[in-house]
Ligand binder design. Structure first.
Ligand SMILES: [Zn+2]
Length: 475
């Protein structure tokens, strides 16, 4: 039996003496994901991050660990750690996942903070990539070490730290394939790159939304014309876009209209969402930096959560064809373009949704304008298999002893592109998808922080699950 107090003591020491100082250095490295730093190889920041984390991993006192930086030609590197199980004859394997590439800077950082400036304030470590997802390698190994120090048995563990996640994990399938013999067939996948509803209990992600995105463009003129001469005769390309967007969503409520983008919500997920709404109360919407007077969507917190996890929703993330305000002359512009970003329910195919959007947008263009929708790579979401009784029991016990509250099962509104892939690759596996991205932690935005006390307890929960996994009754 794992001793929660002893484990927490060891984990806390590791965090304060070793992990936090490591993350402070790690935050300083602008190792942006390849998508945001196409010259990542020449710039060398990725390599700096890989070397830093790898050096720490290999310096730890872990029995039976083999470590390697795997490099497939033309791809981002991957840290691969194999730790023998206590029972060396058993092939039973746990896969632990994290990533070390980062989102770009973003604007809006508060005074004294910045993406590459580590700052510790009130137990929160600010800076890019500490919470998303630099801590994962450190947390995973610390959990394994906690078991070994207490002499507790564990299954074989494989730790994968990739460097392409923020670009859609496009290199990961090649590594999973390349390493498939060494990975084996994990019975448990632990992923430390997800969210938390608050900092007061253990949160398991049981679904992720998918994504259909692309650029919608309307052309009406071959060149811009004085608006005093053209308006009233030439249709506005912006108005054409407005009409087209109304084919996708109700402009009053934001409700998505295309039937291909809707999914039936499983009853179990509705029940779990109710429990989550009860636990969070109005934090569900108060967690956002609303401008005063702006009201949240939907009529109640259950529906706000369902909107965010099981219903499609459209955002506009970029624009082209419109000059900036200080360059805005009185001209009827030749074209307008918008980047559409449609979040999808977990069970809707990203490809099918993209095709349905394209069809709806390009059919019968208003006033015969030239309309095109150029899709981006689609992503399909993920709905977890049912949680096995041993895992639920283990999570519940771990959450109670670390936080004094029940484990919560939540849908996540974002996409973790590789999850659908891992779900397909390991259909028999159980999944512990969790993370430290709680309220205001703001991964991808300004003022990203890692809530250190929460992360320490989460590390202990991971250790508890590793221990219970070995003792589980699979009958
Ligand atoms: Zn991440």
């Amino acid at each position: 039996m794992l001793s929660p107090t002893q484990t927490q003591k060891f984990v806390d020491e590791m965090w304060m003496d070793s992990i936090v100082p490591e993350l402070v250095e790690y935050i300083k490295i602008p190792n942006k994901s390849p998508h945001f730093d196409p010259d990542w190889e020449a710039n060398g920041y990725m390599e700096d991050a890989v070397q830093q984390i790898f050096a720490w991993c290999t310096a730890q006192d872990i029995k039976g660990m083999k470590s390697e930086i795997v490099r497939l030609p033309g791809r981002t590197p991957l840290i691969f750690l194999e730790i023998d199980g206590t029972d060396e004859a058993s092939e039973d394997t746990i896969l632990l996942y994290g990533h070390l590439d980062k989102q770009p800077e973003m604007t809006g950082w508060a005074d004294g903070l910045g993406p590459w400036i580590p700052v510790m304030r009130e137990d929160k470590l600010y800076g890019r990539g500490g919470a998303d997802d630099g801590y994962a390698a450190y947390g995973s190994l610390t959990a394994i070490m906690a078991l070994q120090r207490e002499g507790l048995p564990h299954a074989r563990c494989v730790v994968i730290i990739e460097a392409c996640e923020e670009s859609g994990s496009y290199d990961l399938p090649f590594y999973i394939d390349h390493l498939s013999d060494r990975i084996g067939q994990p019975s448990l996948v632990i992923c430390l790159d997800s969210g938390a509803g608050n900092y007061e209990q253990l949160w398991l992600t049981v679904s992720l939304r998918g994504m259909a995105a692309g650029t919608l463009r309307a052309d009406v003129l071959t060149e811009g014309v004085h608006s005093g001469y053209a308006s009233g005769v030439v249709p506005s390309s912006f108005r054409v876009l407005r009409q087209l967007i109304s084919r996708l969503e109700d402009e009053e409520t934001g409700r998505v209209l295309l039937p291909e983008l809707l999914a039936e919500i499983p009853q179990q997920r509705i029940d779990q969402t109710r429990a989550m709404a009860e636990s969070l109360g109005d934090e569900v919407w108060q967690a956002y930096p609303f401008v005063e007077g702006t009201e949240p969507m939907a009529e109640d917190n259950v529906n706000r959560l369902l909107n965010r996890t099981w219903r499609p929703a459209l955002s506009f993330t970029g624009v082209d064809g419109l000059p900036s305000l200080d360059n805005a002359g009185n001209v009827l512009r030749p074209h307008s373009s918008l980047k559409l970003s449609m979040r999808l329910p977990p069970t809707v195919s990203g490809e099918a949704a993209t095709a349905a959007m394209q069809k709806a947008l390009e059919a019968n263009p208003p006033q015969g304008a030239r309309v095109s929708f150029e899709p981006d790579q689609a992503a399909t979401g993920w709905n977890a298999p049912n949680v096995a009784p041993w895992l639920h029991e283990s999570l519940q016990k771990a959450s109670q002893s670390a936080y004094g509250r029940d484990v919560m099962y939540m849908g996540e509104g974002g996409t973790i592109p590789f999850m659908a892939m891992l779900g397909d690759a390991f259909p028999e596996a159980q999944f512990m998808i969790t993370g430290v991205l709680g309220p205001k932690s703001n991964a991808h935005g300004p003022n990203e922080f890692l809530h250190v006390p929460f992360a320490r307890r989460l590390t202990t929960c991971v250790a508890a699950v590793l221990a219970d996994h070995y003792q589980r009754d699979t009958a």
